[in-house]
Design a protein around this ligand. Structure first.
Ligand code: N01
Length: 498
C-alpha cells in the first residue's frame, strides 16, 4: 500500500449526491475534501445514460438542487444532456472542481480502528494511491451498475451488444435489425427513438408496464423570463409541483382504490394508441398499478404499434451467434442487441468494497440483515461512513434530489457536531437501526410494492423492499433534519487527531 494521503472527508462519486455533499461541506468550511470519480466528468447517472431519448420523468423544476434553481430548463421534463450540463455548471460555479479526482476508481475502503480513519485504495491514471479519511461519504448511486441478463449464449452473439446505460454511439443502427430486451423506464424511452431509425425492432417483453401520458411541453421565452425575474415564482412553482406529487402518490401505495384513476388513465392511454386487440392484450399489465415503477410516455405505444416493431412475449430460451431463440423455437435474426435490463439495486457493488470495524464487508452485513441502514444513511459496524441514496431511500414518485439534500443536511450536522464535541468517531447503535428498519419493513408489507402481484427491482431475493422510502418525502426530511447523536456510539479525539 502506498503512503496514505490524509484527508478529512472522502466522497465517492460526483452525481447529484456527491456533488451536493462536496458543495455543502465546502460552504461549511470543510475544505479538506476529495471526491473520487470513476468517470472523466461529473454527472453520475446523468453522465452515463446517454441512450437516445434519455430524459427525466420527474419535472425539471423539482429535479434540481434547491440551492441552484435553473430558470432555463427548456422542457417541463428535462432531456439527459440538459441535466448533465446543469450538473457541470453547478460544479463549476461552486468552485469545488479542484478537489475532484476523475478517472479514478475506489478499489477498497477499510476502517482502521487504530488510526480511526478510512483507508481508501484508489486506482487512477497515475496508478494506485491510498487516502486516510476521517469520514467516508458514499454517493456511488443506487442505479449505477448495469445488470446484464443471464441468458444462455449471450456471450456468443456476434453482432453489437450493449446495455442501455452504456450506449455505444459508434454503432450506427440505421436500417439495422435490432433487438431490445426489457420494457422498463429506460426501454420505453429508447424504443421510440430506435423505431425511427432501425430497419426493424424486436422488443422482448417479460412483463407489460403501466404507461401514463407524459405531460411534457417546452417552456416559452416568456415563462423562462418570468421564472428568472419574478421574485419567488420559481420557488412557488417548485413547491406546487412537490405538493402535487406528495399528497396523492404516497397514499396510493397503501390503498389501491386511490390508484384507480391512474390505472384507468394508463389503460386509456394504451387503448388510444394501440388499436390491434391482440397487441393491446399483450401490452396490458397483469399486476396492480404502482407495484412496479409507473412509466410515462406519449411515444412508446405508438412506436410499439408501428409496422417495423414486433413485440415478442414468448420467453427467451437462448441467444445464438446471430439472433434470439424463444421458447416456442422461433429464431429471430438480428444485427444488434440492446439490453435494457436495469441495474444491481439490492446487491450494490460498492458494498463489497467497504470493510468496517468488525472486519466484515458491508455486503456481508447486508447478507445477514438485508440491505439496511439507519435513516438510509448510517450503519452499525461502519463508523464515520455516510451513505447517500442508501438503503430504502429510493422513490417512485418524486425527486431523488429532495432525498439527497435531506441526507446531506444530516451529514453536515453530523460533521458539525463532531467538530463541536471533538469527536473522532460516530457509529450508529444496533438498537435504533433495528427499530427503524422493523418499522419500515412492517409498513412495506402493506404497500402495493409487496401486495401488488409483481416482481421488481425494489425487492431483494427474500422479498423485502430494501430500496424504496415508504412514507412521504417530507417525513424523511423531518427525520433527518438534525443529527441525533444519542443514536450513536462516539469516541473522542485524541491528541494525535488534532
Ligand atoms: O430497468 P428496470 P430500467 N429477460 O429494472 C427486463 C430509473 N430510470 O433501466 O419487468 C427478459 O426497470 C425486466 O423485465 P421484468 C427508474 O427508477 C429513471 O428500465 O423484470 N427481460 C424489465 O422490463 C427505473 O425504475 C429514468 O419482467 C428482462 C427491464 O428488463 C430504473 O432506473 C429513466 C431480463 C428492466 O427494467 C431502472 O429502469 C430511466 C431477462 N433476463 C431509468 N432481465 C428517469 O426518467 C430484466 N428484464 C428518471
Amino acid at each position: 500500500m502506498s503512503t496514505p494521503l490524509p484527508v478529512d472527508h472522502l466522497v465517492i462519486g460526483s452525481g447529484f449526491a456527491g456533488l451536493a455533499a462536496a458543495i455543502k461541506l465546502d460552504e461549511d468550511g470543510e475544505r479538506d475534501l476529495v471526491v473520487i470519480e470513476k468517470g472523466s466528468d461529473v454527472g453520475g447517472t446523468w453522465r452515463d445514460n446517454t441512450y437516445p431519448g434519455a430524459a427525466c420523468d420527474v419535472p425539471s423544476q423539482l429535479y434540481s438542487f434547491s440551492f441552484a434553481p435553473n430558470p432555463d430548463w427548456s422542457m417541463s421534463f428535462s432531456p439527459q444532456p440538459e441535466i448533465h450540463a446543469y450538473l457541470q455548471r453547478v460544479a463549476r460555479e461552486a468552485g469545488v472542481l479542484d478537489r475532484f479526482v476523475f478517472d479514478t476508481r475506489v478499489e477498497s475502503a477499510r476502517w482502521d480502528d487504530d488510526q480511526q480513519r478510512w483507508l481508501v485504495e484508489v486506482t487512477g491514471p497515475t496508478g494506485p494511491a491510498t487516502y486516510a479519511a476521517r469520514t467516508l461519504l458514499s454517493g456511488a448511486g443506487g442505479l449505477s451498475e448495469p445488470k446484464l441478463p443471464e441468458i444462455e449464449g449471450i456471450e456468443t452473439f456476434q453482432g453489437d451488444v450493449f446495455h442501455s446505460a452504456q450506449w455505444d454511439h459508434d454503432v450506427d443502427l440505421t436500417g439495422k435489425r435490432v433487438a431490445v430486451i426489457g420494457t422498463g423506464a429506460s426501454a420505453i424511452q429508447l424504443v421510440p427513438e430506435l423505431q425511427k431509425v432501425a430497419g426493424h425492432v424486436d422488443l422482448y417483453q417479460r412483463t407489460a408496464p403501466y404507461v401514463l401520458p407524459r405531460h411534457d411541453r417546452r417552456y416559452s421565452a416568456l415563462e423562462k423570463a418570468a421564472l428568472r425575474y419574478v421574485p419567488g415564482l420559481q420557488k412557488l412553482y417548485r413547491t406546487a409541483i412537490y405538493w402535487g406529487r406528495e399528497t396523492y402518490v404516497p397514499a396510493f401505495t397503501l390503498q389501491p382504490k386511490i390508484a384507480a384513476p391512474a390505472k384507468k388513465m394508463a389503460l386509456d392511454n394504451l387503448k388510444k394508441h394501440v388499436k390491434d386487440p391482440v397487441l393491446r392484450e399483450k401490452l396490458t399489465p397483469t399486476f396492480e398499478i404502482g407495484c412496479k415503477r409507473i412509466l410515462i410516455s406519449n411515444a412508446y405505444y405508438p412506436a410499439v404499434a408501428s409496422d417495423n416493431v414486433e413485440l415478442v412475449t414468448d420467453p427467451i430460451a437462448k441467444i445464438t451467434g446471430s439472433g434470439i431463440v424463444t421458447a416456442d423455437g422461433t429464431e429471430r435474426e438480428i444485427d444488434a442487441l440492446v439490453v435494457a435490463t436495469g441495474f444491481h439495486t439490492t446487491d450494490i457493488p460498492i458494498a463489497h468494497a467497504i470493510t468496517g470495524r468488525t472486519g466484515r464487508t458491508l455486503a456481508e452485513r447486508f447478507a445477514e440483515h438485508g440491505m439496511s441502514a439507519y435513516k438510509g444513511t448510517t450503519i452499525p459496524e461502519f463508523p464515520n461512513l455516510f451513505m447517500m441514496v442508501g438503503p430504502n431511500t429510493g422513490l417512485g414518485h418524486s425527486s431523488m434530489v429532495f432525498i439527497i439534500e435531506s441526507q446531506v443536511a444530516y451529514i453536515r450536522d453530523a460533521i458539525r457536531q463532531m467538530r463541536t464535541n471533538r469527536l473522532a468517531t460516530v457509529e450508529v447503535k444496533e438498537a435504533p437501526t433495528a427499530d427503524f428498519n422493523a418499522g419500515l419493513q412492517k409498513r412495506m408489507k402493506r404497500t402495493v410494492w409487496t401486495t401488488g402481484g409483481c416482481a421488481s427491482w425494489y425487492l431483494d431475493a427474500e422479498g423485502r423492499n430494501t430500496t424504496l422510502w415508504p412514507h412521504a418525502t417530507f417525513t424523511f426530511r423531518r427525520l433527518l433534519s438534525r443529527f441525533d447523536l444519542s443514536a450513536y456510539t462516539v469516541t473522542g479525539e485524541t491528541a494525535a487527531d488534532e
